[in-house]
Design a binder for this molecule. Structure first.
Ligand SMILES: Nc1ncnc2c1ncn2[C@@H]1O[C@H](COP(=O)(O)OP(=O)(O)OP(=O)(O)O)[C@@H](O)[C@H]1O
Length: 293
């Protein structure tokens, strides 16, 4: 018998977990996995529960929700020793990470994968004292992720960001950044945004970090230098096809550690959530977490 802790957000997406819960528990139980459940009540709850689940020595943890819930669960688990593997039921409005890992939305198939104990180890990013799995970003343009309405994202995916980006560019000021990365010369310039990608699925833009791999022990860093609206439209259009990385306005490199500072106030975005402000140190924890996938 394996014991599991299932942490789910009852409000995620179309409240799917409320309908599915009994069936999921049944299927796991039938295969010798006894799961106890916790329905989250609000912000921060999933983090506390996940940390406790690790401390109490559960054999596995399952997070059910959207990227917000998953980010909270990862923040409760990462950094600890003897981590149990993590399962993900992607029932949120945005499920970028599950998409990046090819995790099935079919709950029966996914239960069977958990039952078979089929896992892969993935890198986890650490930004100052917080963790992320998809992406860390900074610069005014990254605020897009808060501004594009969920419904629009679901309907038209990456096009929603593209359109909002163009709309926002009109009022945007670049920010001065100093970037120091392991294995690279320091860079000091004005940037519209910088992205530190761990996976290649970012807000529906699957080609934003086209070469990023979730288990290579490296971040793919993409930064857009100061540019005007016409240049932005060119780069954004190239980004739809993953060809922006060769543009002269784009800085692209791989690293396992970097520091970013700015004389201005630059907000950080971690997996789509507000993540504090610069200065930031970004470190990769290679293959830190096993995921059922
Ligand atoms: N019971 C609850 N009621 C309201 N909010 C909650 C509850 N439990 C958790 N939350 C919060 O809801 C946030 C979003 O959840 P999640 O990502 O699972 O859903 P989602 O449907 O994908 O949402 P989003 O519209 O943000 O993509 C979480 O970060 C969490 O802080």
């Amino acid at each position: 018998m394996r014991n599991a802790r299932l942490i789910y957000n009852p409000t995620s997406g179309r409240e799917e977990m409320k309908r599915r819960l009994a069936d999921i528990l049944d299927r796991l139980d039938g295969a010798g996995i006894e799961a106890s459940c916790h329905a989250t009540t609000g912000e921060g709850d999933a983090t506390r529960e996940a940390a406790e689940a690790v401390e109490r020595g559960y054999d596995l943890v399952i997070a059910a929700g959207g990227d917000g819930t998953l980010n909270e669960v990862i923040n409760g688990m990462a950094g600890k020793d003897n981590l149990p593997p993590l399962g993900i039921f992607p029932v949120g409005t945005t499920n970028d990470f599950a998409r990046a890992l090819g995790i099935s939305k079919n709950w029966e198939e996914y239960c069977d994968l958990v039952i078979r104990n089929q896992t892969r180890a993935i890198d986890v990013g650490k930004a100052n004292d917080r963790y992320f799995i998809n992406i860390a970003g900074g610069g005014t343009l990254t605020e897009l992720t808060y501004e594009v309405p969920s419904r629009l994202k679901t309907m038209i995916g990456q096009l929603a960001y593209y359109l909002k980006g163009i709309e926002k560019m009109v009022s945007l000021a670049p920010q001065e950044l100093m970037i120091q990365a392991n294995g690279h010369m320091p860079i000091h310039d004005e940037f519209m945004l910088f992205l530190i990608a761990n996976s290649n699925s970012v807000g529906g833009f699957e080609k934003l970090a086209p070469g990023a791999s979730i288990d290579d022990g490296l971040f793919d860093v993409i930064a857009l230098r100061k540019c005007n609206l016409a240049e932005f439209v060119r780069v954004a259009t190239l980004a739809l096809r993953g060809e922006h990385v060769h543009d002269k306005k784009v800085v692209h490199f791989r690293t396992d550690y970097m520091e970013v500072v700015s004389p201005g106030q630059v907000q950080l975005n971690l997996d789509g959530e507000f993540g504090g402000v610069l200065p930031g140190t970004f470190r990769i924890l290679p293959q830190h977490l096993r995921i059922f996938a």
